[in-house]
Design a protein around this ligand. Structure first.
Ligand SMILES: *Cc1c(COP(=O)(O)O)cnc(C)c1O
Length: 412
């Protein structure tokens, strides 16, 4: 069952009319479906039910507190990449022992913040970071649990900007250098190596690269055992893709089944860090048509959402399905859907077949729940959109629309 569906010729988010929501809260407007979030989290998490596991939702995909609270209520742990995300996760009620901390550039105060909270582990991405964590932990009289992020050098066959597990990427340690890092970690007084970690990329549409990375990590695990290290966690990161257009990524149940099989008999607790697959298709961005215009070579639909609201098309050339909120059955034409920002790179869709649109009509940009609002900015001093969480027949304002005043509040 789809929670964004047409009823009587107009789009609904669960029990509520998108048109009514746009009228009440204005546009551009992010709308999330609580039922979809729940279904996605439970489908993913239950795919690993036959083994010891912890699903740590990747906060950067969508860090709205209402979303985090909902996922926390379902038992989700969280994968964070900054002190700010740690603050959000704790505020949402996520127990610290279900939080893992990833990212290549952790600062000392962020490390101290995570140690104070008592997170499950740091996913360490360099030897210098390990040394810094040791120093900070020692000064606090704490022991830091760590995993190393290992770069298994597999090609996830995704967009280069979201491929992270190849030798040429900035992330993690090569398998060769990781062995020395574990030896060093074993000898540092305030460090306890407890896990292995990898995250090879995002929007993967096949299982094979995950299995290839897993194979390499399991071979490496044997070496760690030979060093008498007490490794308990295997963090396989996130990255499972979603259908934006024609992609046919594996269902989480197939993903879970394949990993469960590959891990049978391995005495490690598996940590997973899904982001996009949980929230991507649980959200839409609603935008109002401002103008249409024709040049000799192009037709444009100018809408009130822009690259500051949804950056993915400009940043990655990503495809987002765009459809009328209330289809009128007019003939399709070839258009670019663009925003008001003063950049030629400001577009939501290029060369798209879309029925003729009139001023004031609404478009829904689909699959906008992940890396949508979290990547938004105030470029062109545009207020960030409001975010609405719909649960059945109820809408809550998960984030108020920014105002001119709130945008200048930190300036003198
Ligand atoms: C971004 C990220 C994720 C989540 O990736 P998705 O593709 O959204 O599932 C998980 N782990 C790490 C370390 C990340 O950087």
């Amino acid at each position: 069952m789809h929670h964004f569906a047409m009823k009587n010729g107009s789009l609904f988010a669960e029990g509520l009319s998108v048109k009514e929501l746009a009228r009440e809260y204005g546009t551009p407007l992010y709308i999330y479906s609580a039922a979809t979030l729940k279904r996605h989290f439970q489908a993913f998490d239950s795919a690993f039910d036959s083994m010891e596991h912890l699903t740590c939702y990747s906060v950067k995909a969508n860090s709205n507190l209402a979303v985090l609270k909902l996922l926390a209520s379902l038992g989700a742990g969280m994968d964070i990449v900054s002190g700010g995300e740690l603050y959000r996760a704790l505020l949402a009620g996520v127990p610290a022992e279900r939080i893992v901390y990833s990212g290549v550039g952790k600062k000392a105060p962020e490390i101290a913040q995570a140690l104070s909270a008592g997170i499950l582990m740091f996913n360490v991405e360099s030897v210098q970071e390990l040394e810094r964590i040791n120093d900070v932990a020692k000064s606090m009289g704490k022991i830091a649990r760590v995993s190393f992020r290992i770069n298994p050098d597999v090609d996830p066959k995704t967009h280069p900007y979201i491929s992270t597990g190849m030798k040429k990427n900035k992330f993690g340690l090569t398998i060769e250098s990781a062995l020395d890092a574990y030896a060093l970690a074993r000898d540092l007084p305030a460090i306890k190596p407890v896990g292995m970690d990898c995250h090879i990329g995002s929007q993967l549409t096949t299982i094979e690269p995950f299995l290839e990375a897993l194979d390499k990590l399991l071979a490496f695990y044997e070496k760690l055992k030979a060093m008498n290290l007490d490794i308990r966690y295997l963090d396989l990161g996130g990255g499972l893709g979603i259908p934006y257009n024609e992609e046919e990524p594996p269902h989480p149940s197939a993903f879970g089944a394949a990993l469960t099989k590959a891990l049978s008999g391995v005495p490690l607790k598996v940590v997973l860090e899904p982001g996009r697959v949980i929230v991507g298709n649980a959200g839409i961005l609603v935008t109002e048509v401002q103008y249409t215009k024709q040049t000799p070579t192009k037709s444009f639909v100018i809408v009130d959402a822009a690259m500051n609201d949804l950056l993915r098309p400009s940043l990655y050339g990503s495809f987002h399905r765009i459809e009328e909120v209330a289809p009128k059955g007019r003939a399709p034409q070839d258009v670019d859907v663009v925003g008001p920002i003063c950049e030629s790179g400001d577009f939501l869709a290029k060369d798209r077949q879309l029925p003729e649109m009139l001023q004031g009509e609404l478009l829904a940009v689909y699959s906008a729940g992940a890396y949508g609002f979290t990547m938004s900015s105030n470029y062109n001093t545009r207020a960030k959109a409001a975010e609405i969480l719909v649960d059945g027949d109820t809408a809550i304002v998960a984030r108020r629309r920014e105002t001119y005043e709130s945008m200048v509040a930190h300036e003198i």
